[in-house]
Ligand binder design. Structure first.
Ligand code: BG6
Length: 577
């Protein structure tokens, strides 16, 4: 999964590409490169490493030229090294491209080409450059490009250009991997997502699956998979650039956690009418999601079960191997990016079923596979680990289940929970040196325990596990010993007495209890507690619990010298399966 950016216009391409790559780094950051065309001369600079380091070491912005492409990589085929970083070239070094996705038939294509082409990398992507080179021996560049794209199987977002092209155009193609055109004034851009282009325009064109496009200084043309020219709708976003930048916070993640004060109300305004009507018409509801979104899906399943629905949450990547959806099944997909390949694949698998997408990015692929789209309205989320998009998903779920009236006190609750940052920082000091932790929750709070533990794993690298409170004694309790930290999600709800017993079991074995609670008895048993306000509506407990636990994970991460925005091995949106 990678980030792509392209530019053509009067501006200095190398500067624009470098700035854009910094906004795309959350999509993959193990290597980076740019290619710039300057009056027929093509130059490529690339290496392994993050944008800041590589762009200064290789002096990206000293390159002249008004047309270029850039790429940040999250390795799928080929180790992280200079040769495998993008952009990739053909034999003549006249054609360069950046690619995001997986070319599933690249071995076959590479074998076909390797008799007359010399490959410089182990990647699947490079094969595309040589295909275009081969076809442009007998056809004009655009036709050669389209013919090469027609040979590809798998997923791709591609930006390609050629030194031999006197019109200095960018050639784009996308299938199952995001690529958006930015329509500027006298300049054109493309990128994997919108924030990378916000500095230059707020008008974008969403390409459909299989589309190709040609960008030039004069504008753009879009072609469908069969090569015929098509019109694609332009969208205008009201996101300001500052919304996609840190706004004075040390990390995007902290900004986004604090953004919740504002975006909770934006999410509350999202229209869920159609979604609720659909839900009311179905008894069987399959919820599909990945990562943090899956934890929200689990909670939704519990709440729908409480309404008597046959609802179940599935990990998206397993869904095609487990479920048999039919016309009587309603599918609800939860995906903040709307580009997670596992979720898209599951949606394509459930072709007989009506589908709802709960999504943050309205120009994303999932929206085109859905019958009903519910917007998170959470604004761009750049931090790799989801935070505000998770709480916005909870708000949407609450609005669908309970209706808006029940949610009036939401923003006050968010402010109150965020207001305990000093206590949370003190707790972070205690937890930062630990190497293990358990998170306990019962009933509807268990999905929140899963999410809190997931966040710990994602950004602190502490090995943590979430357990249903009543389950610990059936095995994992064996790990609890003196000083072992157990974070208990303990609101005063119908399960709190039972959970209190679990707390005693842990303490009897030397475990140390940290809690998020409004229960005085639990506070007395806790070495440290974060307070849920007295009188909180139990329906809102999941939100009250996760906000401080995301903040706790953030502070532990920083104390452990980790950049919470760019945890190792991960990417914001994994568009490969
Ligand atoms: C992972 C991200 O790649 O994808 C997680 O690191 C995220 O933060 C998961 O929860 C699912 O993403 P999405 O966009 O489908 O909600």
């Amino acid at each position: 999964m990678c980030g792509i950016i392209g530019y053509v216009g009067p501006g200095k391409a190398s500067q624009i590409l470098t700035d854009g790559l910094k906004m795309l780094e959350y999509r993959g950051y193990d290597s980076v490169g740019i290619a710039v065309l300057n009056h027929g001369k093509l130059e490529v600079r690339k290496d392994k490493g993050m944008v800041e380091a590589v762009s200064s070491a290789l002096a990206f912005t000293t390159m002249d030229g008004n047309v270029g492409i850039g790429h940040t990589r999250w390795a799928t085929h080929g180790v992280v090294c200079r040769e495998n970083s993008h952009p990739h070239s053909d034999c003549t070094k006249n054609i360069v491209l950046a690619h995001n996705g997986v070319i599933e038939n690249f071995s076959k294509l590479k074998a076909e080409l390797s008799t007359s082409h010399k490959f410089a990398s182990d990647t699947d992507s490079e094969v595309i450059a040589h295909l275009v080179e081969e076809y442009s021996k007998t056809q004009p560049l655009q036709k050669a490009f389209m013919r090469a794209i027609g040979r590809l199987e798998g997923s791709y977002a591609i930006a390609l250009m050629s030194a031999a092209d006197s019109e200095e155009r960018l050639f784009l193609a996308r299938r199952n991997s995001p690529l958006v055109i930015g329509v500027g004034k006298g300049e054109m851009l493309c990128a994997s997502d919108i924030p990378a282009m916000l500095r230059y325009t707020k008008t974008f064109v969403t390409l459909e699956e299989g589309d190709m496009a040609v960008l030039s200084k004069h504008g753009y043309k879009v072609y469908s998979a069969d090569g015929s020219e098509v019109a694609r709708k332009q969208i205008t976003v009201d996101w300001g650039l500052e919304m996609a930048q840190k706004g004075g916070y040390p990390h995007f993640m902290l900004k986004e956690i604090n953004d919740q004060k504002h975006f909770i109300n934006e999410s509350l305004a999202s229209d869920v009418t159609e979604a609720r009507k659909l839900i009311d018409r179905y008894d069987r509801i399959d919820i599909i999601a990945a990562g943090t979104s899956y934890h929200a899906g689990l909670l939704l399943a519990y709440l729908l079960q409480g309404m008597g629905k046959g609802a179940q949450a599935f990990v998206a990547s397993d869904y095609p191997f487990i479920a048999k959806p039919d016309g009587k099944t309603l599918i609800i997909g939860i995906s903040q990016s709307g580009e997670t390949a596992d979720v898209l694949q599951a949606f394509r698998y459930a072709q007989k079923s009506k589908k709802i997408a709960i999504v943050n990015t309205l120009s994303s692929s999932i929206t085109r596979l859905s019958d009903c789209v519910v917007s998170l309205n959470a604004g761009p989320e750049v931090g790799v680990a989801a935070t505000k998009t998770f709480t916005s998903t909870l708000v949407i779920i609450f609005k669908i289940i309970y209706g808006k009236e029940k949610l009036e006190g939401l923003s006050h609750l968010v402010e109150t929970m965020l207001g305990q940052e000093n206590e949370i920082k003190r707790l972070a000091q205690v937890l930062a040196p630990k190497e293990n932790a358990f998170f306990l929750g019962r009933g509807k709070n268990f999905p929140i325990a899963l999410e809190a533990s997931h966040k710990f794993k994602e950004i602190t690298y502490i090995h943590s596990e979430a357990y249903p409170g009543g389950e610990l004694k059936h095995g994992a309790l064996s790990l609890v010993c003196d000083g072992f930290p157990v974070i208990v999600l303990a609101p005063k709800d119908e399960a709190s007495q039972k959970l209190f017993g679990n707390i005693k079991e842990v303490k009897a074995r030397g475990g140390v209890i940290f809690s998020v609670t409004d229960d005085p008895e639990v506070k007395r048993e806790s070495a440290f507690h974060i307070d849920i306000p007295e009188g909180t509506d139990p329906a809102l407990y999941p939100l009250a619990l996760i906000i401080p636990l995301h903040l706790l994970a953030y502070h532990v991460s920083v104390l452990r010298g980790i950049n919470p925005d760019r945890p190792r091995n991960l990417a914001k949106t994994v568009t490969v399966e």
